[in-house]
Design a protein around this ligand. Structure first.
Ligand SMILES: [Zn+2]
Length: 164
């Protein structure tokens, strides 16, 4: 169940996402990692800044968290992401031992350019994971998060579509 604390952390994820621009051209995707009610790390999409296709907000957050904690796993933590994590980030989350993924906008709320697969939904990655203790919940501040991105019916030029 998404509660007021979740919304508070999602607001922080939105703040991180938009600190260098809020239009969809700025790819304002943000993530925060929270353990025992405390922020462990946060990050925003850095693929262009770092010339690194893997520098999604969630990956940036995990790398920062690992540096701070000097540990690769965050047992019991919650990951907040303004957008449903892609396959790479969902798999990374499975490996980090994070217990809960909370996202804002989901696949159906935004343009398809944000996802790598036509049919496979990353919710299924979690459903099929060996881990039984991982939950994923979407729709936390859905409207606020979705408005950061290209909309499902937007005519996005091919050169801006990162999944083509
Ligand atoms: Zn990702």
């Amino acid at each position: 169940m998404i509660d007021a604390d979740d919304e508070r952390w999602m607001r922080e994820a939105i703040r991180v996402a938009t600190e260098e621009g809020a239009g969809p051209e700025a790819t304002p995707i943000g993530a925060v990692l929270v353990l025992n009610g405390k922020l462990v790390a946060s990050g925003r999409n850095r693929t262009d800044d770092w010339n690194d296709a893997t520098a999604h907000a969630e990956m940036v957050t995990y790398r920062e968290a690992a540096k701070t904690a000097e540990a690769p796993e965050f047992d019991g933590a919650t990951l907040y992401s303004t957008l449903q994590p892609c396959g790479m980030c969902t798999m990374a989350t499975i490996w980090t031992k994070v217990r809960r993924i909370v996202f804002g906008a989901g696949r159906d709320d935004v343009h398809r350019m944000y996802f790598e697969d036509r049919n496979l939904d990353t919710m299924d990655f979690v459903k099929d994971a060996y881990r039984h203790d991982l939950v994923i919940e979407g729709g936390c501040l859905r409207t606020e998060c979705a408005r950061l991105y290209f909309q499902p019916d937007d005519d996005v030029p091919d050169e801006l579509q990162t999944n083509l």
